[in-house]
Write a protein that binds this ligand. Sequence first.
Ligand SMILES: *Cc1c(COP(=O)(O)O)cnc(C)c1O
Length: 350
Amino acid sequence: MTGPHAPLRLRLDQAALLSNWRWLAGKSGAAACGAAVKADGYGLGAREVVQRLVAAGVRDFFVATWAEAHALREVIGPASLSVLHGVGAEDMDYAAGTAARPVLNTPEQVRRWRETGRPCDVMIDTGMNRLGLSAEDVRAGALDSLAIHTLMSHLACADEPGHPMNMGQRAAFRAVAEQVQAERLSLANSAGICLGERYTFDLTRPGLALYGGIPVRGDAEQRHALKPVASIEAQVLQVRRVPAGGSVGYSATFRAAADLQLAIVNLGYADGFLRQLGQAGHALAGDARCPIRGVVSMDLIAVEVPDEGSVGEGDWLSFPLDLPTLSDGAGLTQYELLTGLSDRFERRWT
Ligand SMILES: *Cc1c(COP(=O)(O)O)cnc(C)c1O
């Protein structure tokens, strides 16, 4: 018996994913290029992303939590996996029994992990004031005689190439790295890679750009090189004619100026297609651009389609995920657009 039919799909393009990774690996120069696959591979499906990247030779992956690491245990193969949130007291039993490495963020986490004698990564805070040990912690000896695989820091403003934080954080990271024994150094996320080889050190950690996000919107090279990986397809549940003056959806926010043809589609904000995308997004019926009408409901949206008969019940409409354009139009980040995609989508790789 086959399972139930899914009336909405995420189309996922393996060639685009691998092409994006290769471009980032090229930009990383001599550094190894890994992949951030937290938040279920930025909403695309971490297992499927990791399988494809491992097969393409990627050997360094990053997740946020041990639950995310656990979900990848069967696909990680020979690659290494780092858990960015480190190791809390409740994580120790699980963490000490797996090959994944915690990225230690506090002196307390270091004390906890040191007793295992197992390798680890360490995050240094160089001015973002998010996770990480401070330069003072390091000077005070917090990392002495710890077996560190990768020493890393994270850039706060890399998507603004001229921002003074970038050079400041790089200098602060180098200063700490000189005092610490570690096999590898890592600083750059997607946007950091695009800052150039002064930022790539031994290992890079792209996320967004792998999945088709554009780190610096106005950068023509990035727009040209990075390919969209995901697009939405949703099925039409009903087609109806709305007479001039008729309203559409909750609160009757849209009124038809003239008779129009409406398709009601199986897609809504609970799928991550948020209310703001009602304005910024559109559907495609073949090549025809179809505006969204009325507010986005939880599981449904209404789309104006060309003529009677052009779209029928059971047909599929596509919703392109042009991330930078949707992000500008909807006031949502490219990250939010991707990571909100729900598990109601059937994820189909081609
Ligand atoms: C999420 C994350 C990345 C990836 O960042 P992108 O901007 O998506 O490329 C890299 N490093 C750390 C520490 C992260 O939290």
